[in-house]
Design a protein around this ligand. Structure first.
Ligand SMILES: NC(=O)c1ccc[n+]([C@@H]2O[C@H](COP(=O)([O-])OP(=O)(O)OC[C@H]3O[C@@H](n4cnc5c(N)ncnc54)[C@H](OP(=O)(O)O)[C@@H]3O)[C@@H](O)[C@H]2O)c1
Length: 331
């Protein structure tokens, strides 16, 4: 089968398309014929060997999420049948293979049914950003956001930010979001009560947030990187929570920042969201089935255009999601 593999070198030829054997499935797994793999910034970071928590041995297939059709089920699997449409995210931290391949073996407990009426392109674009933003906002030990509270989503026009705005509204919060002016209307369409340009030199992010929430917001979610909002604490209410998203691009000392935030009486937590033990607690299918959630614009990338798509991801200003085509709708 064809798969996209990492070379772990910093050249334009990494990653590349390789031929490899189809995976074997265990009794608790389903074999999925992949329609599309959802693209994420972490893909190219992994391809260059930056993600040290993922083994760089013989399971060097890229990709953290995908959607497709069940091709076969292991003998202990009761909740899926051949032909079912499924989507899934993978943490990759326990040595399991990535999702950019024609076939992927997935533990059945980590696969979700694709809701009726949802396309496989949208399904491939959903799991990582949905799970990351839901867990960052609502897990008790992370954002712990409650109805009636106010949240600032920094990076509201990206994949994670688009879901974060909508899930925060779904959870009964008021939402302010940042993005460039070109993305302002988009963030309002996603449901933000206030959207403003983080690059505006005349009005700082904190001042604009405080105009909207004079006492400060309950939660700031930095959905761009670990520390792209250095004065985030100034936007918070006393005792409020700063959720920082972790990426491989960050060089700042997060432990020191957390200690400094806590010394000032704030909660400061780090979101590394797609841990398997958290996944079963996220009601992803019921929320999607209520149809209140809009999937960000999805663009299909042919395998032949892999390198240019990776270059776009590296730019860091993509609106919505890219998905890499394998079997496509024929899966
Ligand atoms: N740790 C985890 O569990 C986890 C999971 C998923 C993603 N992530 C990380 O989370 C980040 C966001 O992921 P994504 O999929 O949403 O990426 P994305 O789709 O590329 O979106 C990034 C967004 O950030 C905005 N942005 C870029 N620089 C900014 C800045 N300085 N200030 C404010 N906004 C800025 C851009 O908006 P404009 O174009 O409007 O500037 C862009 O829309 C990535 O770094 C990714 O690696 C981590």
């Amino acid at each position: 089968m064809r798969a996209v593999t990492a070379d772990f070198v910093n050249t334009s030829e990494s990653p590349r398309i390789s031929e490899m054997d189809q995976p074997q499935t265990s009794d608790d797994e389903v074999l999925v014929r992949i329609a599309y793999g959802g693209m994420n910034a972490a893909d190219w970071q992994y391809s260059q060997g930056w993600i040290k928590t993922i083994a760089t041995d013989n399971v060097n297939i890229l990709g953290f999420e995908a959607a497709g059709v069940v091709a076969s089920v292991g003998r202990n699997v009761a909740n899926f049948r051949e032909g079912d449409r499924v989507m899934f995210a993978r943490t990759r931290t326990t040595g399991e293979s990535g999702t950019y391949a024609e076939y992927v073996a997935v533990p059945a407990e980590l696969a979700c049914r694709v809701p009726d009426g949802m396309s496989l392109t949208d399904a491939a674009a959903t799991p990582i950003c949905f799970l990351t933003s839901y867990i960052a906002l609502f897990a008790d030990d992370l954002g712990n956001a409650k109805p009636g509270q106010k949240v600032l989503v920094h990076g509201g026009s990206g994949g994670v930010g688009s879901f974060a705005i909508q899930l925060a509204k779904f959870g009964g919060l008021s939402v302010a979001a940042t993005g460039r002016t070109a993305n302002r209307n988009y963030m309002i369409e996603m449901g933000a009560d206030l959207a403003f340009d983080y690059t505006d030199p005349a009005k700082g992010i904190v001042a604009q947030t405080r105009e909207w929430a004079p006492e400060g917001v309950d939660v700031v979610f930095d959905a761009v990187r670990q520390n792209t909002l250095p004065d985030a604490l100034e936007a918070l209410k006393p005792g409020g929570t700063l959720v920082s998203i972790t990426t491989m691009l960050d060089q700042t000392n997060l432990s020191e920042q957390i200690l400094a935030s806590e010394a000032r009486g704030f909660r400061h937590v780090v979101c590394f969201a797609h841990w398997p033990d958290r996944l079963p607690k996220v009601p992803i299918v019921p929320i999607l089935e209520r149809r209140g959630i809009r999937i960000p614009p999805v663009e299909v990338v042919e395998l032949a255009d892999l390198q240019s798509a990776i270059a776009r991801m590296k730019g860091g200003h993509n609106r919505g999601k890219l998905v890499l085509k394998f079997a496509g709708e024929q899966a």
